[in-house]
Write a protein that binds this ligand. Structure first.
Ligand code: SF4
Ligand code: SF4
Length: 377
């Protein structure tokens, strides 16, 4: 059969990321341990619409780096038995474009309450959101704000992928001329009740996104336990500082004085003591390293208020003294950030956003072990 260009694009629109009716299921493992796949058609499809608003596309690129499952598994196989995430619209990875692609989006959205909306990027709200258009219908631009509201109100769930969609992130940094904000804020203003799960990170680790989506598929949204900032505790329940391999240096008062030193990076401005994520144990880039492991700093990219409240990112703010040992611990293993710490972060946000050059000080009074003389060179 010959296909002309238009037929090919139409076929792409329905098959590029939603690859048909047959899926691959692991049925057994061969003697060498490799999985044996069989095609199956008794699979429930969960349609996904991936909306990119004010973003750099980094969150998509991070997802494409997913190791287990791979992006091929996610798009072609069953992510969990009998369930398949059917990516119906994703402006970066779909082959179709323009109105043809938007037709597929519209068709998916008719299935009210039965699709997952992923939002990547912050949403411009100033002047009705005209600073971020995400497409065009019959010559008229559609804003990210309109799409977030219209697709979000009928979704079964919204996954806010990345810090921008979760909390505003870099687009909302001062002076925030486009009025960028988070999905949660847009929903609150529009009175939308659809549940939102935040998966922050700049970008988020692919496991954080895939693991959250898989949990929803297996056990439902109620199975995803969230911290006070709407993040899954499974990935964001521990303070970086407490699981950092350099915590031993911190305890001994050994601090790096330059980025190539192998000690605790606190004096250089590491934000691990006020950041909740499992980077030190999960590791990035297929389990290779993470920010501090690569001799850089944790810049607190998963926290509400990032980047303003974490600035200056690559050095210690004047007067910023934290005793990570004295920070309030999560109340229980899985309760996340304590109200006291949350209040502290809020206060810092206030100071940072006013731009008054106020020396940032957390609510902690005890000084860390910063005896410079005891530090090794
Ligand atoms: S301050 Fe940073 S480098 Fe030092 S122990 Fe804590 S997280 Fe690790
Ligand atoms: S270590 Fe900190 S800055 Fe790096 S990815 Fe994790 S939370 Fe973000």
């Amino acid at each position: 059969m010959e296909l002309n260009r238009r037929d090919f694009l139409r076929l792409s629109a329905i098959s590029t990321v939603s690859v048909g009716l047959m899926y691959l299921r692991i049925t057994e493992f061969a003697k060498d341990g490799s999985p044996v796949y069989a095609a199956t058609s008794d699979t429930t499809e969960i349609p996904i619409i991936w909306l990119a608003t004010g973003s750099c596309t980094g969150c998509t690129i991070s997802l494409l780096n997913s190791l287990s499952p791979t992006i091929r598994n996610i798009l072609i196989d069953e992510v969990v038995p009998s369930k398949h995430l059917s990516m119906r619209f994703h402006s970066t990875i779909m082959a179709s474009e323009g109105e043809l692609a938007l037709e597929e989006l519209k068709k998916t959205a008719l299935n009210k309450g039965n699709y997952i909306l992923v939002v990547e990027g912050a949403i411009s709200t100033k002047d009705h959101g005209i600073y971020c258009e995400v497409g065009e219908i019959e010559g008229k631009g559609i804003t990210g704000l309109e799409q977030t509201v219209s697709l979000g109100k009928d979704a079964m769930l919204v996954l806010a992928a990345g810090t921008c969609a979760s909390y505003g992130g870099i687009p909302s940094a001062a002076p925030n001329t486009g009025g960028y904000t988070s999905v949660t804020k847009v929903f609150a203003d529009a009175g939308i009740k659809t549940p939102v799960v935040n998966v922050p990170g700049c970008p988020p680790h692919p496991d954080w996104f895939v693991g959250t989506a898989a949990t929803v598929l297996i056990s439902g949204i109620e199975a995803v336990k969230l911290d006070p900032y709407g993040r899954p505790l499974a990935f964001y329940g521990k303070r970086i500082h407490e699981i950092c391999p350099r915590n031993g240096s911190f305890q001994l008062g050994q601090f790096s004085k330059k980025f190539s030193d192998p000690y605790c990076m606190y004096q250089l401005g590491c934000k691990g003591p006020v950041t909740y994520a499992d980077c030190p144990i999960r590791l990035w880039n297929s389990g290779n390293s993470w920010c501090v492991g690569a001799n850089s700093l944790c810049i607190g990219c998963v926290e509400p208020g990032f980047p303003d409240i974490m600035s200056p990112l690559m050095k210690k703010a004047e007067g910023w003294e934290v005793d990570p040992l004295a920070l309030p611990k999560p109340e229980k293993e899985d309760t996340g950030i304590s109200p006291a710490l949350a209040a502290g972060l809020g206060a810092i946000a206030g100071a940072a956003v006013t731009g008054a050059g106020v020396a940032i000080s957390r609510q902690i009074s005890t000084k860390p072990k910063t005896d410079e003389k005891s530090q090794k060179e």
